[in-house]
Design a protein around this ligand. Structure first.
Ligand SMILES: NC(=O)c1ccc[n+]([C@@H]2O[C@H](COP(=O)([O-])OP(=O)(O)OC[C@H]3O[C@@H](n4cnc5c(N)ncnc54)[C@H](OP(=O)(O)O)[C@@H]3O)[C@@H](O)[C@H]2O)c1
Length: 408
């Protein structure tokens, strides 16, 4: 078995080495097994398993591209999904016919972000060619990126920024797709409408916050951020105009003394919405958008129908109540797959307006340690897992960059 796996690896890597951009659009299809981290039950870190016998996800439709993964970053969602978060709704999205069957989602591969190289394209793919360097955020209802290969539709994929290494690039797609979807669809902001807007970001030092600060500054907004004392240097370095240390005293009191906001982008949840609504400009279209929603928790605990209805009712009643009492909008923000949105982010990265914030790196053999790091919380940017070897020079340049922000 070991010999077979090694032979297959040899064939795959020779094939991969032969690939160049715009070579034949119909190469021999990659088949066989690949290495991946899988789970075959929900639970704590012990359920993560390394295997070299996961089936390679071959192209199954004309618009799909297959990507050799070079680096992956983790998100709080990966830790939550490892424990079964969202299992019912995600199962329905994967395969509506199997929703009543047990365990059909296993073996499940976690990991949402990736940066890598296109190694195969469906016959209808127009935007990518073999050898293209790409980045993507894998939807949670698809097999994840903690694997040698991932197959996605071309709509979900984008060309990676030229100035970033794969490790740096892997830190951005999921938080970028989430921030863009929430800020544009929920917050009503965009490149051309943000220059006179005041935005408050709670949880500014994590993956979403460190990206959203830079995006909003690139769009010209005035950005206020809450974070812990030891992240103040980081978020200021990323461009935040006002930074409040929520550990130093009553942050709500300080925020109430400031000019009111057009948008509150909440990455913390809990009781934040109780005080944040009062910080918005009344009767002027101001919006509160939270990423911390009860939808998946509700469907897990109450079942699909009751959970969805309960979440919908809660959203509607809060939205109506806030609109009627002070003319502010209450909204939930969600990740949405969107390759074209990543194309726009890529341009901002290449223009030096958005920097990757990689706090910690792990090798592919250390995936359980990467999950442990994430579970401890207090993120300062992103945790990345590398599937390819990295040059020492690249590690140094990232460490220097983080030190500039005061992260040690
Ligand atoms: N709805 C969706 O589709 C979606 C998509 C992406 C993310 N999310 C959710 O959005 C949240 C943020 O995601 P993320 O990836 O940025 O998480 P993250 O990387 O873990 O960052 C969270 C950050 O919040 C800080 N923090 C904790 N409590 C705080 C408080 N009271 N005030 C200010 N900062 C606080 C943490 O640092 P300290 O504890 O050291 O302060 C950490 O830096 C998570 O709950 C995530 O699950 C939802």
């Amino acid at each position: 078995m070991l010999l077979c796996t090694q032979l297959l690896r040899c064939v795959l890597s020779v094939h991969y080495l032969c690939l160049t951009r715009n070579m034949s659009s119909s190469p021999p299809r990659l088949q066989g097994c690949m290495s991946a981290w899988i789970i075959d039950q929900y639970g704590s870190n012990g359920v993560l398993k390394y295997t070299e016998e996961t089936t390679v996800p071959t192209i199954s439709s004309a618009t799909e591209v297959m990507i050799k993964v070079h680096a992956v970053s983790l998100n709080p969602l990966d830790v939550a999904m490892r424990g079964g978060y969202g299992a019912k709704l995600l199962k329905l999205r994967r395969d509506p016919l199997s929703v009543m069957d047990n365990d059909t989602e296993f073996p499940l591969i976690l990991g949402r972000d990736l940066s890598g190289v296109v190694v195969d394209c469906g016959s209808g793919v127009t935007h990518f060619a073999l050898g293209d360097e790409v980045w993507a955020a894998v939807p949670p209802w698809k097999q994840g990126s903690l694997a040698e290969y991932v197959t996605l539709t071309e709509y979900e994929v984008s060309h990676k920024p030229k100035v970033l290494s794969h490790i740096e690039a892997a830190s951005i797609p999921y938080v970028a797709n989430t921030s863009l979807s929430a800020l544009v669809n929920g917050g009503g902001l965009c490149r051309d409408s943000s220059s006179n807007k005041r935005v408050l970001i709670t949880g500014g030092s994590g993956g979403v916050g460190t990206f959203a600060i830079q995006l909003l500054k690139a769009w010209g907004a005035h950005v206020t951020v809450t974070c812990s004392q030891n992240a103040v240097g980081l978020v200021r370095g990323l461009g935040a105009d006002e930074v409040l240390d929520y550990t130093a005293g009553d942050v709500v009191e300080q925020l109430e003394m400031m000019e009111k906001f057009d948008v509150v982008f909440d990455g913390v949840g809990g009781d934040t919405e109780e005080w944040a609504m009062g910080l918005l400009k009344p009767w002027s279209g101001a919006k509160y958008v939270t990423l911390v929603t009860p939808l998946l928790l509700n469907t897990d605990s109450m079942g699909l129908l009751d959970g969805t209805l309960n979440a919908g009712f809660s959203l509607q009643s809060k939205a109506i109540q806030n609109l009627l009492s002070s003319g502010v909008f209450y909204r939930w923000g969600f990740y949405a797959p969107d390759g074209p949105a990543l194309d726009e982010v890529s341009k901002l990265v290449d223009a030096g307006k958005i920097l990757p914030v990689v706090e910690a790196q792990f090798s592919f053999t250390q995936v359980p340690q990467a999950f442990q790091k994430l579970e401890k919380g207090h993120a300062r940017g992103k945790t990345v897992v590398r599937l390819i070897k990295i040059r020492q020079k690249q590690i140094c340049s990232m460490e220097i960059q983080l030190k500039k922000f005061g992260v040690t």
